[in-house]
Design a protein around this ligand. Structure first.
Ligand SMILES: NC(=O)c1ccc[n+]([C@@H]2O[C@H](COP(=O)([O-])OP(=O)(O)OC[C@H]3O[C@@H](n4cnc5c(N)ncnc54)[C@H](O)[C@@H]3O)[C@@H](O)[C@H]2O)c1
Length: 371
């Protein structure tokens, strides 16, 4: 029987985590162990992922293929080292091949209100996780970073070499974790870590079985538009924060990529941690790299509203209000490095993202809780 590699995905039940687990399962090379405390997610997401993967198994699937579609799920809080340890203990020293650390709090505005909660949940938890990994001889790490690490970048599209200068506590937690990883990899060359700086993931798996279902009012534009169109968010008018930015239509520009493309980037990153991978130069001081995951194409708020109008048929009303503190005019990735070194591609266009988002939203009007 082919041996599956045990991989822990933290935040596995969340929006990005659930899609990452799906693409890992699709390779039939990994056995996924999910860690999540369900602070912002529903355990049902994991059942849906498994069912979806099982429904795609070929008739001649092996036992290992079937095993790869099951998820070992642990309700575990990463701010509690004993709970992390209990999971690793089940697999023993060397039993976990690698970790994809996705769990975090992610609301920029909220992080300015409760910074200590963000530093504890995003930074302390990462340190605890790395310490437990070291104790259990697991040294491969893929990290969920963010374009917010660039603050207001001087050059667009943004290359990875840009100085990191996040503005918000949330963004700073991502910079701190990258710094910690860099230091750790410099201290000990048995560590290999890749930080993935996500731009704006959007859409859902094309089946509509899994998608984004934030608890409370969506903080991001696309899920907000989807929930407005389906009647879950009752606002009659969308508030657009500023139309006097130095962008083509004056509204903020972001780099949207399909969630399935973003998720696929994680398999590439994980594979790049394998000893046979050529991504790291054997003579490097440390085996740590950061990559932008974006399309390299900026789209404005008004372009997104227009695309969602076409996808949903909903007649969005919007009003322009003043700029929001902390917003930067343009965050568009230069994804060349990830394309060249990891083989990353983000082919899905905005129309596909909106179609898949709307498919998910209409099939799950109230998200995972009810149909
Ligand atoms: N969604 C985006 O637009 C975006 C953009 C850039 C970066 N990111 C990063 O990607 C990651 C995932 O984002 P997402 O959109 O899937 O968010 P999400 O909230 O859907 O997923 C995060 C998951 O982590 C879990 N979690 C949080 N704290 C935990 C803890 N202490 N212990 C265990 N589980 C915990 C949550 O319950 C949730 O399931 C985050 O690190 C976020 O900062 C997201």
């Amino acid at each position: 029987m082919t041996t599956l590699k045990n991989v822990i995905v933290t935040g596995g039940a969340g929006y990005i985590g659930s899609h990452v687990i799906y693409v890992l399962q699709k390779t039939r090379r990994y056995k996924v162990i999910s860690i999540d405390n369900h602070h912002n997610s529903h355990p049902a997401a994991l059942d849906r992922v498994s069912k979806l993967s099982q429904s795609e198994l070929p008739d001649d699937a092996t036992d290992a293929d079937r095993e790869s579609t099951k998820i070992e799920s642990y309700k575990c809080d990463l701010t509690q080292p004993e709970q992390i340890k209990a999971v690793f203990e089940k697999y023993g020293k060397g039993g976990i091949w690698g970790v994809i650390h996705i769990a975090a709090y992610k609301a920029v505005g909220e992080s300015t209100q409760i910074p200590l909660t963000y530093y504890a949940n995003n930074v302390s938890a990462t340190v605890f996780l790395l310490q437990v990994m070291a104790d259990y001889e697991c040294h491969r790490f893929v990290y969920s970073s963010s374009a917010t690490v660039y603050g207001t970048p001087p050059v667009i599209p943004i290359p990875e070499s840009t100085k990191l200068q996040a503005d918000s506590p949330y963004g700073k937690t991502k910079v701190m974790c990258e710094t910690i990883l860099d230091d750790l990899c410099h201290s000990d060359k048995s560590w290999r870590a890749i930080s993935l700086r996500y731009f704006n993931p959007a859409g859902a798996h094309p089946s509509g079985q899994i998608g984004e279902d934030p608890r409370g009012r969506p903080g991001n534009l696309l899920p907000l538009l989807a929930q407005m169109a389906v009647g879950r968010v009752k606002d009659a008018t969308l508030k657009v924060f500023g139309n006097d930015y130095p962008t083509p239509d004056g509204t903020c520009v972001r780099d949207y990529l399909h969630i399935m493309d973003l998720a696929s980037g994680h398999v590439l990153a994980l594979d790049a941690l394998a000893p046979e991978s050529k991504v790291f130069d054997a003579n490097a001081d440390a085996f740590f790299k950061a990559y932008n995951l974006g399309k390299g194409k900026g789209l404005s708020v008004l372009q997104i509203v227009d695309a969602m109008r076409k996808a949903t048929g909903f007649d969005y009303k919007y009003e322009i209000i003043g700029r929001r503190r902390g917003d930067v005019p343009d965050l568009t990735a230069d994804p060349t490095l990830a394309e060249k070194e990891l083989g990353f591609k983000a082919p899905a266009n905005l129309e596909t993202m909106c179609r898949d988002l709307w498919n998910w939203q209409t099939k799950n009007r109230l998200g995972y809780d009810t149909q």
